[in-house]
Design a binder for this molecule. Structure first.
Ligand code: PLP
Length: 419
């Protein structure tokens, strides 16, 4: 069973029953993802502990059901989300200049990104609320993920993406049968349009910065980290958890999940959080560095999944770094591109630009002295590389063109041997 007791506004502190409000705090009127789902952790401790989990045969995000706001477990979608692999990556650790490095491969989720954890949660809530249609705006992955989960749950989906979203992500949308609005504008404009349409047509809103339940899905990555490290390195946990940042929902969810695993005794000591942005779009970094409020900016980066000039979950995203004593760093598009083959060659994991940005960020943080050479890091690799092969191809060499003749292969090999 679930133990969620209500919703609390992180801005003004007011609490609500779950059916009192839908998306926003009606008292303070703030619109940036400020409602937080509240649980009875004392009761949860009896069900979620190392011994009980060791006997739980459900290796998906739903193994943490008591920590999720699900009223009716019969509505869970059949797709397998979560319990993604956690790889020890010593050669990557050497390359990045840290003592140890693990990579959690979120590209292994059903639609190949981290967003599936949120979408899975979103369709459960949409079904609970008997929604006629579900909608979101997305740089690509939240969209393709929602399309997949809407198909699984048999709910129609209307999706708003910027017209320049990578082709593979758009293909996913159309294949899963979503109604796709390719907005001739930025992600921020697609967002506004989606919000208007949701209000006008009464569609259920899957936007993670609006719908308070979505972050609960995202936090499951950290619940897994807590349990996986308890098995792998009992009694210790990495010094840093690293994730790339667009709207701020992912990093916010990561932090919430870590705090919960700390409360439940899985994590001995809370890690610091490193939030990684692109040089051409770093509103979180700027506000954090200047101790200022959010100043939206234009987004200039090829890492489409974090090309968010106006982050919609600013407060939760910022809290993850400030409360954990962590840091924000930014990396250039060139560094992001270089990290695609680096992660693939040093750890065997192929990520999309925003997926590998975390690794690039660790390198930068080590150079800046933010992360020490004796520290350990867990990098959340948020999206699969096949999502955006155009970017990947920019970072790698060429094929060797040969006729179907062994002599040409010999020649090429000889050249390689003398090189
Ligand atoms: C969405 C996304 C992010 C960033 O998540 P936010 O919640 O927008 O901060 C990072 N990487 C990938 C691959 C994503 O799809």
């Amino acid at each position: 069973m679930s133990y969620f007791t209500g919703l609390r506004c992180v801005h003004c502190g007011r609490t609500y029953n779950t059916n009192e409000v839908e998306y926003f705090c009606s008292a303070c009127g703030y619109h940036d993802g400020i409602l937080d789902v509240v649980y009875d952790y004392e009761a949860i401790k009896r069900e979620v502990n190392p011994l009980a989990l060791a006997q739980n045969a459900d290796y998906s995000m739903w193994r943490y059901l008591p920590l999720l706001p699900v009223a009716d477990a019969s509505l869970l979608p059949h797709l397998q989300v979560g319990w993604t692999p956690l790889y020890d990556a010593p050669r990557l650790a050497d390359e990045l200049g840290v003592a140890r490095c693990w990579v959690k491969d979120e590209g292994r989720n059903p639609t190949a990104s981290f967003k599936d954890r949120a979408s899975a949660m979103g369709v459960v809530k949409a079904l609970e609320k008997k929604a006629s249609k579900i909608t979101c705006a997305s740089t690509g992955n939240a969209a393709s993920s929602l399309a997949g989960f809407a198909a699984a749950a048999q709910i129609p989906a209307a999706i708003f993406v910027p017209a320049n979203a990578p082709a593979a992500k758009v293909a996913q949308l159309l294949v899963f049968g979503a109604q796709v609005f390719a907005v001739q504008g930025t992600y921020d404009q697609a967002w506004e349009l989606c919000m208007q349409a949701s209000a006008e047509f009464g569609w259920y809103n899957r936007n993670c910065a609006v719908n308070p339940y979505l972050i609960e899905g995202k936090k499951t990555v950290s619940l897994e980290l807590g349990e996986q490290f308890m098995r792998l390195t009992p009694g210790s946990f990495p010094d840093w958890v690293v994730v790339s940042v667009g709207d701020g929902c992912t990093i916010g969810g990561v932090w919430k999940g870590l705090r919960e695993m700390h409360i439940l005794g899985f994590i001995p000591r809370l890690p610091r959080i490193l939030g990684v942005q692109a040089d051409g779009c770093r509103p979180f970094l700027t506000a954090w560095r200047d101790h200022s409020t959010l100043v939206p900016c234009e987004a200039h980066t090829l890492a489409d999944s974090i090309a968010v000039g106006h982050p919609r979950n600013f407060s939760k995203g910022m809290s993850a770094v400030t409360e954990s004593g962590g840091a924000f760093v930014s990396v250039s598009d060139e560094e992001i591109l270089q990290s695609i083959p680096m992660l693939a060659r040093k750890a065997g994991v192929f990520g999309e630009p925003a997926g590998v940005a975390g690794a690039a960020g660790v390198k930068r943080a080590v150079e800046l002295g933010v992360i020490g050479g004796s520290e350990s890091v867990a990098i959340i690799m948020t999206g699969n590389g096949l999502k955006d092969i155009q970017s990947a191809m920019r970072a790698v060499g060429r094929t060797i063109q040969v006729r179907p003749d062994i002599r040409e292969v010999r020649e090429a090999v000889a050249v390689e041997l003398t090189a």
